[in-house]
Design a protein around this ligand. Structure first.
Ligand code: UDP
Length: 488
C-alpha cells in the first residue's frame, strides 16, 4: 500500500493498560511509519494517569482521544472486584466508544482493542475494520486464559483446591496456587466476566498481539501457534511484538526537582548498588507487612529506593492517600524513626515516581517487584534482576515464570497474599539479589542474556520486529480483500 496505514488502539482504564498501549503506538509510529490514534477510556481520577496522557499528547507522536468513562456506581458495590468493575465500566461506555470511533472511522485502517475491550470488536466489524486484540502481558497467561472455558467444563470444584497442576495443551502446567485472581473463586462474578471477556473474547478477532518475545516464551508461543487444541481455540495468528516499554524520561507525579533529587541521589551511588522497591501503579501491603518490609530493608544494609503507599488490610490492589507523618517525616504507617535510621542509604518516595528513569539508572542493581508485566519487562530490558513479590491479577504466574523458567528472579517462600513475609526473609532475599554470591551472580548473568535477546527481537529483522511487520501486512491484506469484495 502506498498510503500510510492508520491504526486505532482502544485502551481500558488503568496505567498497566495505558502505558503498554502508548508503547505500542509509539513503536508503530517511530519504527513502522504508521499513524496511530489511541482511544483511552479514562476515569480521570489518577494524577499519574492524567500526567502520562498529557505528556503523550504533548509529544505529538500519536493522537490521543480521551473517552470519559460513564458512571457505573449504581451497578457496583463495595464487594465488586476489580475485573468485574473494569468489564462493567467498558461495557457501559461502549455506546460512547462507538460514537467516538465513528467520527474517526474515515481515517482508520484497523482497530486494536486491549485486554479488557474485546466487547468492542463488533464495533470494528460494523465499520468494516480489520480488528485485533492486544494483550499487554505474556503468552503463558494468554494460553491459560483462552483455555479456561475448557477447564471450566472439565474441572469440578475450585481450581485452587485441585491436587494436580492444571494442564494447558503444549504449555507448562499451572499450579493451582498460581491461577490468576479471577479464577480463584468460580462462584464470583469476576470469574464469569473473565471467562466471557477474556477467555472467549480474545479469540474473536483477526489476530492477537502480545507484549512478549520468542526467546522469553518459546514454549507457550509454539503451543498457541502449533498445538492442535490451542490453535483451534485461538483461531487466528498470534503476534509477539514485545517487550515494548515506555521510554519517557519525564517524571510523572511531582516536580522536576523531585526527579532530579532521585536521579541525583542515584548519580552518587556506585554501579548496581541500589535496590528499587515498588508494587506497581496500585499495589498495597497490610500494615504488618509494610513494617516487616521496612525492618527487612533496614537489616539488609543495602541501599534502596522505596515507593511506599499507605497500607490496606483488605485488597492488595488498592491505594489510598494519606498525609500523616511521624516526627522525622517518616510516614505514620512506617516504623517510628525509619527515615532517620536509613538516612544515607535509603530513599522513601510516597505514592509514585518515574520508575522507567530509575530502572534505567546504572546504580540500580535489583528490583523488589509485585511482578506486574510492565514492571517485569522494564526490569529485564534494563538488565536488573528481581525479587518476586506477587500481589494480584496474573502476578503469581509471572513470578513462577521469572523464577522457574527465566531464572531472573528469586521469590518469597510464603505467598505474600496469604502470609506475612518476615523481616529476616526480606533481609536474606535483598542480600542475595544485591550482593556478590553464586545465586545473585547467576540471576545477573541470566537477566543480561535476556536483555540482549529482547534487544535482538526488537531490532530490524528480529522476531518481534518481524511480527509487527506481519501484523501490518495482515491489515493491508484484509483491506485489499475488503475493497475487492466491495467492487464485486
Ligand atoms: N509505575 C511508575 N511509577 C510508580 C509505579 C508504577 O512509573 O511509582 C509504572 C511502571 O513503570 C509500569 C506501570 O506503572 O509501567 C505499572 O504496570 P505493571 O504492569 O507493572 O503493574 P500494574 O500497576 O498494572 O499492576
Amino acid at each position: 500500500m502506498s498510503q500510510k496505514l492508520h491504526v486505532g488502539l482502544l485502551v481500558s482504564p488503568g496505567l498497566g493498560h495505558i502505558i503498554p498501549a502508548l508503547a505500542v503506538g509509539n513503536r508503530l509510529v517511530t519504527h513502522h511509519k504508521v499513524s496511530v490514534t489511541v482511544f483511552v477510556i479514562t476515569f480521570g481520577s489518577s494524577p499519574a494517569e492524567t500526567e502520562i496522557l498529557k505528556s503523550a499528547n504533548k509529544s505529538k507522536v500519536i493522537d490521543i482521544v480521551e473517552i470519559p468513562a460513564v458512571d457505573i456506581s449504581h451497578l457496583i458495590d463495595s464487594n465488586t472486584k476489580l475485573i468485574t468493575q473494569i468489564c462493567i465500566l467498558v461495557r457501559e461506555t461502549l455506546p460512547v466508544v462507538k460514537s467516538v470511533i465513528f467520527t474517526k472511522k474515515h481515517i482508520l485502517d484497523a482497530l486494536v482493542v486491549d485486554v479488557f475491550c474485546p466487547e468492542a470488536l463488533p464495533i470494528a466489524k460494523d465499520f468494516g475494520l480489520p480488528n485485533y486484540v492486544f494483550i499487554p502481558t505474556n503468552a503463558w497467561f494468554t494460553a491459560l486464559t483462552v483455555y479456561c472455558p475448557v477447564l471450566d467444563k472439565e474441572i469440578e470444584g475450585q481450581y485452587v483446591d485441585q491436587d494436580e497442576p492444571l494442564k494447558i495443551p503444549g504449555c507448562k502446567p499451572v499450579r493451582p496456587e498460581d491461577v490468576v485472581d479471577p479464577m480463584v473463586d468460580r462462584n464470583d462474578q469476576d470469574y464469569q466476566e473473565y471467562l466471557k471477556v477474556h477467555g472467549i473474547g480474545f479469540c474473536l478477532s483477526d489476530g492477537i498481539l502480545m507484549n512478549t518475545w520468542e526467546d522469553a516464551e518459546t514454549g507457550s508461543l509454539k503451543a498457541l501457534r502449533e498445538n492442535e487444541i490451542l490453535k483451534a481455540i485461538v483461531n487466528s495468528p498470534v503476534y509477539p511484538i514485545g517487550p515494548l516499554t515506555r521510554h519517557n524520561q519525564e517524571i510523572i507525579d511531582g516536580s522536576a526537582d523531585d526527579r532530579n533529587f532521585v536521579l541525583k541521589w542515584l548519580d552518587q551511588q556506585t554501579s548496581d548498588s541500589v535496590l528499587y522497591v515498588s508494587f506497581g501503579s496500585g499495589g498495597t501491603l497490610s500494615s504488618k507487612q509494610l513494617s516487616e518490609l521496612a525492618f527487612g530493608l533496614e537489616l539488609s544494609h543495602q541501599k534502596f529506593i522505596w515507593v511506599v503507599r499507605p497500607p490496606s488490610e483488605d485488597r492488595a490492589n488498592e491505594s489510598f492517600c494519606t498525609t500523616g507523618k511521624g516526627g522525622d517525616g517518616t510516614p505514620e504507617y512506617l516504623p517510628e524513626g525509619f527515615l532517620t535510621r536509613t538516612k544515607g542509604y535509603g530513599l522513601v518516595i510516597q505514592m509514585w515516581t518515574d520508575q522507567g528513569g530509575i530502572l534505567r539508572h546504572p546504580s540500580v542493581g535489583g528490583f523488589l517487584s509485585h511482578c506486574g508485566w510492565n514492571s517485569i519487562i522494564e526490569s529485564i530490558t534494563n538488565g536488573v534482576p528481581m525479587i518476586a513479590w506477587p500481589l494480584y491479577c496474573e502476578q503469581q504466574l509471572n513470578a513462577t515464570m521469572l523464577t522457574e523458567e527465566l531464572g531472573v528472579a528469586i521469590r518469597t517462600k510464603v505467598l505474600p497474599t496469604k502470609k506475612v513475609v518476615e523481616r529476616e526473609e526480606v533481609e536474606k532475599l535483598v542480600r542475595t539479589v544485591m550482593m556478590q554470591c553464586e545465586e545473585g551472580n547467576e540471576l545477573r548473568e541470566n537477566v543480561k542474556k535476556l536483555k540482549m535477546s529482547a534487544e535482538i527481537a526488537l531490532s530490524v529483522g528480529g522476531s518481534s520486529h518481524n511480527s509487527m511487520c506481519e501484523f501490518l501486512k495482515d491489515i493491508e491484506k484484509r483491506i485489499q480483500g475488503y475493497k475487492k469484495s466491495m467492487s464485486e
